[in-house]
Design a protein around this ligand. Sequence first.
Ligand code: 5AD
Ligand code: SF4
Length: 487
Amino acid sequence: MYNGASHDNEIDLDKIEIAAEPPIEEPARQYHFMARCQEWVRAFEQKKGRRPTACTQTFGCQMNAHDSEKLAGILRSAGFGEAGEEAADFLLFNTCTVRENANQRLYGRLGQAGARKKKDPERMIAVCGCMMQEAEEVAKIKASYPFVDLVFGTHNIYRLAELLYQCLNSRRMVVEVWEDTDQVVEDLPSERKYPFKSGVNIMFGCNNFCSYCIVPYVRGRERSRDPEEIIREIQGLVADGVVEVMLLGQNVNSYGKTLAHPISFAQLLEQVEKIPGLERIRFMTSHPKDLSDELIHVMARSKKICPHLHLPLQSGSSKVLERMNRRYTKERYLELAFKIKEAIPQISLTTDIIVGFPGETEEDFLETIDVIEQVGFDSAFTFIYSKRTGTPAASMEDQVPPDVVKDRFDRLLKVVQASGSKNSGRQLGQTEKVLVEEINDHDPTLMTGRLSNNTIVHFPGDPSLIGKIVHVHLDAFKGFYYMGSLM
Ligand code: 5AD
Ligand code: SF4
């Protein structure tokens, strides 16, 4: 499926004069290079009797998954067909570096891709995304994975068509990694994974500098998109069949502060809410320090904003939070969580927790458990602290021994699971609206969808329901999902 990010501005590539100098301005320049790539694709087709194929493999968060939809859109517009990781002529890894194990997984997959390329040297391999913003990782690829054809960073994603064209005409590894950018390029193609829901970037980068986190270094300084552009994109998506959007940013609560005409995130939500045909609005991620009363108020009143807040806690100990540079205390977090629950009783709160941050004592850890028990999260992502070179926490003393961390992690998991099954089953016996997303992975007679608060529901139904919002009676709760029946 091809979906232009914006339908008004889609460009007819056949009308582009590829012999001319590429335009300087964006996105016209990239459309020019897409047209040039198409010419290469036609030559490939004539030689091989088939279209070249591409595959984008994504590591990491929703932001990365959304970037990959843009990358896939550019590749499709350049004329590439689709294939799996093992078969693709052009294989692109969009990487994550938030924790060390993401890096290790990339190198494993890259090794396998290299072995395939040895047998079939015309294949191309590219690596992009967060990991490529780290000079030592790029150096490692140059030294140990010289078969890689193209490397680019998070700020260069919109330039894929141009970089691909360079790559098609070069025998050497093409590398382009910018340190930062203040540019936001609009109106490039995108290829959505789901026809009925889509991510929408509202801002890029992060200015928070939590002491453990690599994101500000790899995604650059915070910049917000203009509200008009966001609204225009969502209107285009709705016209194309989208009923649910996920507004994406590292810290959506500081949206709009740096705009020429500043507006708050809550004001943006109110504008998005007015778009006819849009049914559900989600957003990610909220930093507790910036979550305003105005936002709580807008959410409580809204018919479209889903009653779900992902509110990363990271630690329940004020001492650890201070060392993490989170800029809230245990008490403030609890106060905020209770205020939200009171204003929006049906809210589902979810969170992220790190165990084993440098200097974390048993008492600190018990404070984290205490917050989980007091707040009653529906679910939580739990992470073992991972040392990221270049972050302030990496040089902190008292790193916690691995066996202590492992023990805490196991205990934390039990508490989180108990909290999830206690809290996320509260709608049992009710009839609720479900957006039907896909055929169940294990049983094709079942459909899988989500409640507005993001909880998963499986129920007997047929694929014609996919993309629709239906009423489902929640018959049974199974720890973290419901079994239901269509009403
Ligand atoms: N180690 C472990 N977890 C981390 N996260 C971010 N950086 C690290 C790190 N260095 C977690 C945080 C964040 C989530 C996306 O990843 O919990 O909210
Ligand atoms: Fe997402 Fe952060 Fe991983 Fe980049 S490093 S993919 S922003 S989680």
